[in-house]
Design a protein around this ligand. Structure first.
Ligand code: AVI
Length: 312
């Protein structure tokens, strides 16, 4: 997920509604302001947060196979491209790719990435699109006419609800067309200890990332959260097979946001993120429900992480 160009009004409306609900929730999309995005980048380099390095190694070893039947002149379309780092593994293995469409919400991130790619891949046509990939956006017709290879790494799919993930995969299928394929990275269920450590690193970066949401509310909505009165909590929800991030109120207290009082009981939590963990079967079922079928998959052993290639 990436920083969204939300207006202050939409942010305020969502925050007040989420904190007035039972249980209290906030959308994970609000974790990614400039500071949250920088903290997430740092989390990716902690020893505990295995997904980034595991997926990178998996893509490196699978890239040649992923590339083997990509038709000459295809277009690679990445959803939430950020710095386009993992993309290079696919581009290096797939010289037959004619163009790269990077869909990214952060104009800054995409313009930096495009400058580097244009320099390093002089024969590749690069086409940045600054957009939220969950909303409609246009790919130019001359690129749409070619075979599309979608790329959605990082297990970002796990931050959506099941219905949200189905809607998203469905819309990507409509956008990419009937001759396309979609390469998706998805984190897999594994031992609870490793999962909990990944979302509660020793250095406290994930805790800062989570608490930054309260600081963002203070900064942007004039809230009066005392951050020291909330604790970061990462929980494994075994029934739903997901990691949940919460912010737990350490005492009974009332916080004010844009003039609205929000009461907290001691121990009451704000649910800020779900990170779904899949099995091969649960991911297949999700893809099927969105009109895709899994054509091939690559799975790393320990820690377990998967790259799925989907076909319509
Ligand atoms: C972006 N997303 C896939 C991350 C995840 O693992 O769910 C977000 C994250 N939250 C805490 N740490 C990382």
């Amino acid at each position: 997920m990436h920083q969204l160009p939300t207006t202050r009004m939409a942010f305020e409306r969502d925050v007040i509604a989420g904190l007035s609900a039972r249980p209290k929730t906030l959308s994970p999309k609000y974790l990614y302001d400039a500071r949250g995005s920088a903290l997430f980048e740092e989390i990716c380099h902690t020893p505990e947060y295995y997904p980034t390095r595991t997926e990178t190694a998996l893509l490196r070893s699978a890239a040649a196979e992923i590339a083997d039947d990509v038709p000459t002149g295809s277009v690679l379309v990445e959803f939430g491209s950020g710095a386009s780092t993992k993309t290079r593994l696919l581009l290096d293995a797939t010289p037959q790719i004619h163009a790269y469409v990077a869909v990214e919400i952060s104009a800054d991130a995409v313009s930096r990435a495009m400058a580097r790619l244009t320099h390093d891949y002089p024969d590749l046509l690069v086409h940045p699109i600054v957009a939220d990939f969950t909303e409609p956006f246009d790919i130019p017709d001359h690129l749409l006419a070619r075979v599309q290879v979608g790329f959605f790494p990082g297990s970002t799919i796990g931050n959506f609800s099941r219905e949200g993930a189905i809607d998203l995969l469905h819309s990507l299928r409509d956008r990419l067309g009937p001759a396309s394929r979609l390469v998706v990275g998805a984190d897999l269920v594994k031992n609870e200890e490793a999962l909990l450590a990944a979302y509660d690193d020793e250095e406290g970066l994930t805790s800062s990332f989570n608490k930054n949401l309260l600081q963002r509310i203070n900064r942007e909505l004039g809230g009066d959260f005392d951050i020291s009165l909330f604790a970061h909590s990462a929980r494994w929800n075994a029934r739903e097979q997901r990691i949940e991030m919460h912010l737990v109120s350490l005492q009974e207290q009332t916080v004010h946001i844009a003039g609205t009082p929000i009461a907290f009981a001691a121990g009451e939590s704000i649910h800020t993120e779900n990170s779904q963990k899949f099995t091969g079967e649960s991911f297949r079922a999700l893809a099927r429900a969105a009109g895709w079928s899994v054509r091939r998959s690559w799975i790393s052993d320990n820690p377990a992480f998967a790259v799925f290639e989907l076909c319509p």
